[in-house]
Ligand binder design. Structure first.
Ligand SMILES: NC(=O)C1=CN([C@@H]2O[C@H](COP(=O)(O)OP(=O)(O)OC[C@H]3O[C@@H](n4cnc5c(N)ncnc54)[C@H](OP(=O)(O)O)[C@@H]3O)[C@@H](O)[C@H]2O)C=CC1
Length: 521
């Protein structure tokens, strides 16, 4: 195949998802020319800690200095580059960023990335067979970005990998609006996106709003740094420990467990959790059953509450006047110095017209409702795909990786083509109905996936699903059966998707052999 016949693929963003997308394009380098655009001067996206400064008051990253990822290293690893065995089970953000650097180095990804280049428009050119025009601008500093002339290039295919945890979603409580309400709250108000560390809150009274991982992490950190912390939640959920029954929490959700009726898994896990967790404060009782909401993972919160160092509160009723905060049960806290809204993020892709993401469905943008097939492909724009547009029970990295593998194989004609737009619409509606049956209605649940079943269905389409027959045919009866048992009853590590099928790897095989007995640190 000549250079001219190669498909030109644009990857937007070089975070966890973008890196995986570039790598998968490079695996097909005879058929694909990949160009990645990254607005920062470094890779890692969300996982690269960035200070807030006058120069950079609103970074893309929402990571605070102490963030430690909530998925174990066996579950978050890229499938063909195992996280080193001697690294801790749960990686602090600095190590996650270092792992990405190692991954980029190993596969030579950086030479395909145009750094400090912000994509400002992604527009479909219908008259050229649905190719895409990418309009971009250099971004040495925010000021210069205004001045540099924009440039344009045309691509056959676009992979949008810019993530969905960067645009803060604020609640609207009476008394929040300091510009227009003379009775408004006079203390500090900020979103968790702008929080970096606890030092400035020492000896202060802080109300933390929300009950996701940001809220609970921040409440715990602030309480340990001598802030007086009130944790306000409209809908508390289950708080799960990082370690459960001697294993990392996510090792317990085996492939086999998805063959057991969900109600039974729910009942057994609930019973086991209730045995190990302390009694739950009346304001923190989960408002739904286990697995019916995105769970919060924190081993320390129950202890902080039971020691009176975090005060659980109901949702806020109103703020102000002055530094007063009133809660829905009528309780009031005076002299509040700061309110930190850990109320999640808007799913937004400003370089695209919203119609690409939402199919133009009314109200969808405000509700974080994407209309994309299998969380990737807009039915009426099949030459563009979102990568990492999921809220996983599991880690995002292996999902983005297997999505990229799947998309690239279709693009080069090595996998069955996409369903028709009509079929995609039907399947999107089915997915939406299933989410609505399983989870309560909230913008945080609209792109919810369970990592293992989701990745498995893509693995089947790629031909890399670690089924018994495929494993036995490649590795022989005893070894194949042993590997299959590990993949059914052990942790569902992404390395298992490199045991059989295209681009399988001996590195993954060695690592899987090691991982079939998870190690203590
Ligand atoms: N250590 C780690 O690995 C960390 C991971 N993360 C990840 O980052 C992502 C974002 O997490 P997070 O920032 O916690 O956001 P989430 O969307 O997960 O949680 C938002 C929380 O705010 C509440 N909320 C939203 N709107 C309102 C409102 N108007 N009034 C009151 N409460 C409201 C939600 O309640 P409701 O449920 O009722 O909508 C929910 O409790 C998640 O994927 C999370 O797992 C975040 C921090 C640390």
């Amino acid at each position: 195949m000549t250079i001219q016949q190669k498909k030109r693929v644009a990857v937007i963003g070089a975070g966890a998802s973008g890196l995986a997308a570039i790598k998968e394009c490079l695996d097909e380098r005879d058929n694909i020319e990949v160009v990645a655009f990254e607005q920062e001067s470094f890779i890692g996206g969300l996982w690269r800690y960035v200070e807030i400064s006058d120069e950079n008051p609103n970074p893309h990253s929402s990571v605070y200095k102490s963030t430690i990822i909530n998925t174990s290293k066996e579950i978050m690893t890229f499938s063909d580059f195992p996280i080193p065995d001697d690294w801790p089970t749960y990686l602090p953000n600095q190590m996650v960023a270092r792992y990405f650097e190692m991954y980029a180095e190993r596969f030579g990804l950086k030479e395909h990335i145009r750094f400090q280049t912000k994509v400002i428009e992604i527009r479909e050119l219908k008259d050229t067979g649905s190719r895409w025009m990418i309009r971009f601008q250099k971004t040495h500093t925010p000021k210069l970005a205004q001045e540099e002339p924009a440039q344009e290039e045309v691509f056959d295919y676009v992979m949008v990998c810019t993530g969905h945890h960067w645009d803060p979603r604020y609640p609207s409580f009476p008394g929040m609006d300091v510009k227009n309400d003379p009775e408004a709250f006079t203390g500090e108000q900020l979103h968790s996106h702008f929080y970096r560390q606890a030092d400035q809150y020492r000896d202060k009274i802080v109300v933390v709003v929300g009950f996701g991982n940001s809220a609970v992490d921040l409440a715990v950190e602030l309480s340990m740094n001598y802030s007086t912390v009130y944790l306000s939640s409209r809908r508390p959920s289950w708080v799960l420990p990082r370690w459960f029954m001697g294993k990392p929490l996510d090792h317990g959700r085996t492939r086999f467990s998805y063959n057991i009726p969900p109600r039974i898994v729910q009942y057994i896990t609930t019973q086991r959790l209730q045995r190990i967790l302390p009694p739950v404060h009346k304001n923190m009782r989960p408002s739904q059953k286990l697995f019916e909401a995105y769970p919060t993972v924190n081993s320390i919160l129950p202890e902080r509450i039971s020691t009176g160092t975090i005060h659980p509160m109901k949702n806020i009723r109103r703020l102000g006047p002055g530094k007063r905060v009133e809660f829905e049960d009528g309780s009031v806290i005076e002299n509040v110095d700061s309110i930190i809204y850990c109320t999640g993020f808007n799913v937004r892709y400003p370089a695209l017209t919203p119609e690409v993401l939402t199919d133009g469905r009314p109200g969808a943008e405000e509700r974080n409702q994407a209309w994309v097939w299998n969380y990737m492909v807009p039915p009426r724009h099949p030459n563009l795909a979102f990568v990492g547009l999921v809220q996983p029970l599991g880690a995002i990295m292996p999902i983005s990786e297997i999505q990229s593998r799947f998309l690239i194989r279709i693009l080069v004609g090595k996998a069955a083509s996409l369903p028709s737009a009509q079929q995609m619409d039907l399947e999107i509606q089915e997915t939406r109905d299933r989410i609505q049956r399983q989870y309560y209605d909230s913008p945080r649940h609209t792109i919810q996936v369970e990592s293992t079943p989701y990745c498995d269905q893509l693995a089947v389409r790629i031909g890399c699903y670690p089924g018994w027959a495929a494993l036995v045919s490649k590795y022989g009866f005893w070894e194949g059966t042993r590997l299959w048992k590990g993949s059914m009853f052990g942790p569902s590590t992404p390395l298992q998707y490199r045991l059989v099928g295209p681009n399988s790897s001996s590195t993954a095989l060695d690592a899987v052999r090691g991982h079939s007995k998870p190690k203590q640190d």
